[in-house]
Structure formats: C-alpha cells, structure tokens
Design a binder for this molecule. Structure first.
Ligand SMILES: NC(=O)c1ccc[n+]([C@@H]2O[C@H](COP(=O)([O-])OP(=O)(O)OC[C@H]3O[C@@H](n4cnc5c(N)ncnc54)[C@H](OP(=O)(O)O)[C@@H]3O)[C@@H](O)[C@H]2O)c1
Length: 251
C-alpha cells in the first residue's frame, strides 16, 4: 500500500529492463527500500538489472515476461501478485521497430502491433482486475508523444502508441471509484536503448527525467503527464496543423 507520505512498498516493472523502468526503480529506491518485481525476457541484461537494483537496496523478484507470447501476460501477473499486493505497476516494454521495413513488411507490422498494442492492453486489463480486487494501486502506462499525431516517418509505431494511449486513458476513467488508477505518461525523445544511435529530437530528455515525472505523477494522483511538460503545448499545436502543411514538416 502506498503510505501517507506517498512511499511505495511494491513496484512491478513490466518490461523491467527498459531504461525508463530501471530509472524509475532507482528513483523510488532513493526514498526507501522496496520490493521490486522485475518482469522481463530472460536475458543477461535482466540479470544485470536485478543485481543493480539489489545493490541499490531493492528486494528483487524476477518473473518471465515475453510480449510476443500470448500466454505470458496471465502467467506474469499471477506470479507478480503471488507475493502480495502491487502498489505501482509500470508498463514499460515496447519497440521502435525498423521504419523502412515496417512500410512494406506486414509480418513486421503485426509483430510491432503485438508488442506495442495487443500485449499492453492485455497486461493493462489483467493489472486493473487485480488492482480493483486490492482496492488500490497505480498503473503507469508508457505512451508517447508519437501517438498524439502519427507522422509519416514512424506512423506504425505512432499508431500503436495512439492505440495503447487510448486504451489506458479509457481504463483510467473506468477505474474511477475503485481505488485503483492509471497514469498515462507521454514522453518526447528519450535518450535510452530504444533511441541509441539516432539523432536527438528537440526537447530530448533522459530516462531519469521521465522517472522523476512518473514518481511525481503517482504521488500527486495525476492522470496524464507530458515529459517535458512543454510537450503538451507543442503537441497541441502540431495536432491542429492542417494536413497539407503537416506533410511538409521535417518530422
Ligand atoms: N525512448 C524514447 O524516446 C521513448 C519516447 C516515448 C515513449 N517511450 C516508450 O517508453 C517505453 C520504455 O522505453 P525505453 O526508452 O525505456 O526503451 P528501452 O530501454 O529500449 O526499453 C524497452 C524495453 O522493452 C522490452 N521489450 C521489447 N520487446 C519485448 C518483448 N517482446 N517482450 C518483453 N519485453 C520486450 C525490452 O526488453 P529486452 O531487455 O527483453 O530487450 C526493453 O528493455 C516504451 O514503451 C517506449 O515506447 C520511449
């Protein structure tokens, strides 16, 4: 249970090797030791993250999770909640995909839709059911500014984020009065594994900045967060640019 000071007892990271998820765990560990359930694919990086978080004072449990496997979300959620209530669950897994390939390869498109849309909505449904049952808990959904108005250069990724963002926004509304809640987080360009080697977009940020925004949003009970905050105004303006002009923008 999140205590009166907003301190979290158990944190579930779904896509626990994500740079944003790991930074969020470190941010919470700065406040107090906590139980962390690390749900991720079985990789050397998962082992390294588990060790890193233990060294930081976390009691870490590792749970298998693979967004490509339709049976994985149910198993993951059962195992994650077997050890007790979860206060905050961060849904952080996702892929950017190869934009060129995604223009013509239907199998790649289906794969990205599975990882970025189908699996997140299944996970969200299962987490919400558990948190309704607990009568408390916050789901943090990593959406993106890319979903606000998908652009030609990465419209497949943008469309998956638009879909998952709509799902979690609706889920948030459906949970009102249950004790459980959802925070939809919309970062701009984040310097993480996902964007490594790509030129930084304007207003780019670090995983630590996103983590700080997540912890603050959970504490304040916010439902939507843009990171950095100015992205809200930027995307609001971009959303209303007439399409012929939008097509000519170097986005
Ligand atoms: N970076 C950005 O600019 C940015 C901006 C806005 C929103 N976001 C969103 O923020 C979230 C976290 O991204 P990040 O920046 O922290 O990137 P990241 O470090 O690359 O994290 C993404 C994680 O997703 C996991 N993943 C990918 N495919 C998976 C699968 N099939 N099953 C299970 N896990 C899988 C990866 O785990 P493995 O270790 O198994 O590969 C990886 O650690 C994503 O949803 C992303 O779309 C990112």
């Amino acid at each position: 249970m999140i205590d009166a000071l907003g301190s979290v007892g158990t944190l579930l990271l779904v896509g626990g090797t994500s740079d944003i998820a790991v930074a969020t765990a470190h941010r919470y560990l700065r406040e107090r030791p906590l139980r962390i359930v690390l749900a991720a694919r079985d990789t050397p990086r998962r082992d390294a993250v588990a060790e890193e978080l233990r060294a930081g004072g976390g009691t870490v449990e590792v749970v298998d999770f693979d967004a490509d496997d339709p049976a994985s979300p149910q198993r993951m959620v059962e195992r994650a909640f077997a050890g007790g209530d979860v206060d905050v669950a961060v849904v952080a897994f996702g892929q950017l995909g190869d934009e060129q390939r995604l223009r013509t390869d239907a199998t790649a498109v289906a794969g990205l839709a599975q990882v970025n849309y189908v699996a997140p909505v299944v996970v969200g449904t299962l987490l919400a059911e558990r948190m309704r049952g607990q009568g408390h808990g916050v789901i943090v959904a990593l959406s993106s500014v890319a979903g606000e108005r998908p652009r030609a250069s990465n419209f497949v990724y943008g469309s998956t984020k638009a879909g998952m963002d709509a799902f979690y926004s609706g889920l948030a509304d459906s949970l009102v009065g249950s004790g459980a809640s959802v925070v939809v987080v919309r970062p701009g360009f984040v310097h993480s594994k996902m964007t490594a080697g790509r030129p930084a977009a304007p207003l780019s940020i670090t995983p630590e900045a996103v983590a700080a925004a997540i912890v603050d949003a959970v504490r304040r009970g916010r439902h939507t967060v843009w990171v950095p905050g100015v992205m809200r105004a930027v995307m609001s303006a971009l959303r209303h640019v007439p399409r012929p002009l939008f097509r000519r923008l170097p986005l």
